[in-house]
Design a protein around this ligand. Structure first.
Ligand code: PEP
Ligand code: MN
Length: 355
């Protein structure tokens, strides 16, 4: 083959490449138009019957030299890329995304506006007694903290561990919080309890283990009470935002996201605090983001630096566990701060001008 022949053939291949490029993008544009029509009609994007028809037609018209499997593999890639393209468009349209709602969402709890300037949510892991909660509440008030946390329904990993005081615990929290002028954040685990929760709590927490309890998320979307949604133990940021979307899409826009660490191979911390999640979520979503420095670290010796790191990364607040006597706490004894440690944390954060 002469060099000239080779050059001519190459020129033909280049020309075909450009035609393919043009056709693939043309096809993508048409798929996007179809996607828009489907969205308007509430139809699913992927239609297996339609895909089967396309595959059959391609196979019937394949005259080689490629065999059917190779051709179908190539076309499957094109189909998938087109669907992914729709997905990107779709994600941009999430109600929790900044594309849909550029301004920060401010979650209002009493006179606290979460999403404006940093806030602190503190309190025991579990509600154990009125006395225990009162001691912590007094310290919070002294430090100017407005929101008290405490678990009454505890989703424990072991069924033999303390499961919480249930409704009794919520009553204790409400009573103590009212005595001290505080607002209550507490976890609800049963969708059936969401409706009665506002009687006792000001913010409904949905814990890491329930981040993908879709029935709970749907129920949370149907009340007006703010929801504090924690990131799942092994959830990606995208899955976390989809979980929030479940709530917001049902009508409750008052959602606070909490980065609380994800499970990795690291053993010196209970979970790995994904600090990158803070600026990334703040960029992607308009919802406020808070960092739980207790469940992420699982230890308290690093409370001050991680709280500072979280706030420096743009977090809208910190959540921390505080107990009057951590060594005898009924849950998470290792990570709860005692009152002195809590005061030191607050002093350090105030000194660094975060509060
Ligand atoms: C909690 O905050 O009480 C709790 C159980 O945390 P997580 O759901 O993040 O494990
Ligand atoms: Mn805990």
């Amino acid at each position: 083959m002469s060099n000239q022949e080779l050059e001519e053939l190459r020129a033909k291949v280049d020309e075909i490449n450009l035609q393919l490029l043009h056709l693939i993008n043309k096809r993508a544009e048409i798929i996007q138009e179809i996607g828009n029509i489907k969205t308007k009609q509430g139809m699913p994007r992927f239609d297996p019957i339609r895909e089967r028809e396309m595959i059959d037609k391609i196979r019937a018209n394949n005259n080689g030299p490629f065999d059917d499997n190779t051709i179908l593999h190539l076309f499957k890639q094109i189909f998938k890329a087109s669907l992914d393209l729709q997905e990107v468009d779709n994600n941009k349209k999430l109600l929790v995304s900044r594309d849909r709602h550029p301004e920060d969402t401010i979650v209002t709890v009493g006179d606290t506006e979460i999403g404006k300037k940093p806030i602190m949510i503190a309190g025991p892991c579990s509600v154990e007694s009125e006395e225990q909660v009162s001691i912590v509440a007094k310290s919070l008030v002294e430090q100017g903290v407005k929101l008290i946390r405490g678990g009454a329904f505890k989703p424990r990993t072991s069924p033999y561990d303390f499961q919480g005081l249930g409704i009794e615990g919520l009553k204790i929290l409400r009573k103590v919080a009212d005595n001290y002028g505080l607002k209550v954040v507490s976890e609800i685990v049963n969708p059936a309890d969401i409706e009665i929760a506002p009687e006792y709590v000001d913010v409904i927490q949905i814990g890491a283990r329930n981040m993908q309890n879709f029935e709970l998320l749907k129920a949370a979307g149907q009340v007006n009470t703010p929801i504090l949604l924690k990131r799942g133990l092994a959830a990606t940021i995208e899955e976390f935002l989809f979980a929030a979307e479940y709530i917001v899409s049902r009508g409750n826009t008052q959602v606070i996201l909490v980065e609380r660490g994800i499970r990795t191979y690291e053993k010196w911390t209970r979970n790995t605090l994904d600090i990158l999640a803070v600026p990334i979520i703040k960029q992607e979503s308009h919802l406020p983001v808070i960092v739980d420095i207790s469940h992420s670290a699982g230890r308290k010796d690093v409370a001050i630096p991680i709280a500072k790191a979280a706030l420096a990364a743009g977090a809208d607040g910190i959540m921390v566990e505080v107990h009057p006597d951590p060594p005898v706490a009924l849950s998470d004894a290792n990570q709860q701060l005692d009152l002195n440690e809590f005061n030191s944390l607050m002093t350090a954060l105030k000194k660094a001008n975060f509060f």
